[in-house]
Design a protein around this ligand. Structure first.
Ligand SMILES: Cc1cc2nc3c(=O)[nH]c(=O)nc-3n(C[C@H](O)[C@H](O)[C@H](O)COP(=O)(O)OP(=O)(O)OC[C@H]3O[C@@H](n4cnc5c(N)ncnc54)[C@H](O)[C@@H]3O)c2cc1C
Length: 494
């Protein structure tokens, strides 16, 4: 009889692990508390508008392709992944927008026009970022970094010996500032650590790997919206006979004598040989595992990543001066991060991200309209935050004002509106203090502090998702599912 694995949570990490385990021959049962699978990768459809509610840009599509290939599907039959060009349009105060492109010739042309003095600096920066990727990816992205036996492999050992080459001792900002002359480009490249929820003024410069991933390897859109990835993973899981139970919340992870027994749902115990937990590691230790209060407390002290406030606006009218992905920068970037990460309150002058998928997918908005996904970085939930409604309204006004100063007077054209707050993120996905990407990468040893994919205290318990190794973001969560499934196969098949 195949061994039975219970997966808690149908986010990207849980689905990725479930598909792999089913393909490996396990009897897989996935429990998701919400109606829809996908977790933070969601979708809303309303009055002719369709919005992705989480990810809007896919990077490292080869990770998606590898999953489908492993599971026996042709990725091209499951999904249509296309490059987005420009990857992002940046708006700075008092100057024309700048298009960042993953096509190196286009990027050089754009730089030549706007930042000629930094053209060579950009090439140098990308070589440096590529070197960091080549050095770090095999160890910190594709391997289970907490498994000591694997760390002793020669390639890993070499990386550790040449650690200085991955620039861990400076911050992202210090390194970016040394590479670029124009403060606007410094701000542009300082933005990247926020893509795993971190602070450029504290995070190690190793995170300069992120611009290489986006601009070197490319940014992508999935036809139908990014949620199509969840739909195709769900289809693959069902075809492989994963038993999917939605609207079913796991109440406890049951264990006895340091060994996992199964889970309990509606007070009833369901046995399993192992559990793959895709729910946030911190909240799981706090809420689901009895007798682990001390560990939950220790995990709770790790600094969470950024949260976010998201406005979904169905807008009347079209805006040809906007791209599919747009960023409107704040005036004082350092102050913005001091407020978010130190004072733990949102900035009065927030940087605003606007994504409009109807630019490539006309079905996502009625004719003559656009679907705006508007994201502002927020601190994780904490005691310094006042009344959430008042805060949301204040930020909404600041966003509208910023857009107005850029010539986008849109308030009167908002036809429909929906908002997701940090508290919604915490409640809906059981995410630790509303963090989007698990634990922040603001310190030198974050990669090692991030909880491992295999529990050391409870045999048979494994973790996948943004709060565990290798971290947040769609490709990372998919890889965490892969790493966890491989560990299960290694430790549980005996
Ligand atoms: C606004 C926003 C924008 C983003 N933009 C991007 C982007 O452009 N590109 C990118 O790569 N990434 C982006 N991300 C990050 C990306 O969405 C996440 O890193 C990733 O989707 C998280 O996946 P996960 O595996 O950690 O699972 P989660 O999404 O955290 O899902 C966990 C699931 O577990 C379920 N669960 C929890 N507890 C229980 C329980 N007790 N019983 C049953 N079920 C339970 C939850 O309901 C949830 O469905 C964005 C995220 C957000 C919120």
């Amino acid at each position: 009889m195949p061994k039975k694995i219970i997966v808690i949570g149908g986010g990207i990490g849980g689905l990725s692990g479930a598909i792999r385990l089913a393909k490996m021959g396990y009897d897989v049962h996935l429990y998701e508390k919400n109606k829809m699978l996908g977790g933070k990768m969601g979708r809303i459809c309303r009055e002719g508008f369709t919005f992705d509610t989480g990810p809007t840009l896919l990077t490292m599509p080869f990770v998606v392709e590898e999953l489908f290939q492993f599971a026996g599907f042709d990725a091209a039959d499951m999904l249509q992944i296309t490059p987005v060009e420009p990857v992002c349009r940046y708006f700075f105060r008092d100057s024309d927008p700048f298009d960042a492109s993953a096509d190196q010739k286009t990027m050089q042309r754009n730089l030549m026009k706007r930042f000629p003095k930094d053209m060579v600096n950009y090439q140098r920066f990308m070589h440096y970022a590529e070197r960091i990727y080549n050095k770090t990816a095999p160890v910190f992205i594709f391997s289970p970094v907490h498994e000591i036996r694997k760390l002793l492999k020669w390639q890993v050992f070499q990386t550790l010996l040449t650690l200085y080459q991955i620039d861990p001792f400076r911050t992202v900002h210090q390194s970016v500032k040394r590479h670029f002359q124009d403060p606007r480009l410094v701000q542009l490249f300082d933005r990247y650590p926020t893509y795993n929820g971190s602070n450029p003024y504290r995070a190690p410069a190793t995170l300069n790997v992120i611009p290489y991933v986006e601009l070197g390897l490319g940014g992508y859109y999935i036809k139908g919206g990014l949620y199509s990835l969840v739909e195709s993973m769900q289809k693959a899981a069902k075809t492989l006979n994963v038993k999917i139970h939605t609207e079913t919340e796991v109440e406890r992870i049951c264990h006895d004598n340091h060994r996992i027994q199964g889970v309990s749902i509606h007070g009833e115990k369901i046995d399993a040989d192992a559990v793959l937990c895709n729910a946030d590691v911190v909240t799981s230790h706090h809420d689901l595992i009895d007798g682990f209060q001390k560990k939950a407390k220790r995990l709770g002290r790790l600094e969470p990543s950024l949260s976010g406030l998201i406005f979904f606006w169905g807008i009347r009218g079209e805006h040809p001066n906007l791209g599919q992905h747009n960023i409107f920068f704040s005036q004082d970037y350092q102050k913005e991060f001091t407020r978010i990460f130190q004072d733990l309150i949102p900035s009065e002058d927030p940087t605003v991200y606007v994504s409009i998928s109807s630019k490539s997918e006309s079905r996502h908005a009625p004719e003559g309209c656009e679907n705006w996904f508007v994201l502002v970085n927020m601190p994780y939930l904490n005691e310094n935050q006042s009344d959430e409604n008042e805060l949301t309204n204040r930020i909404r006004q600041a966003v509208l004002q910023k857009l107005k100063t850029c010539g986008l007077d849109i308030e009167k054209n908002i036809l429909i509106e929906k908002t997701i707050t940090p508290r919604d993120i915490a409640i809906r996905f059981r995410s630790n203090r509303g963090s989007i990407y698990g634990i922040s990468s603001n310190t030198l040893n974050s990669a090692f502090k991030r909880p491992p994919n295999r529990s050391r205290q409870l045999r048979g318990l494994y973790f996948a998702g943004g709060s565990t190794h290798p971290g947040g973001g769609v490709p990372m969560c998919m890889l965490s599912g892969k790493i966890a499934a491989e560990l299960i196969n290694e430790f549980e098949s005996r």
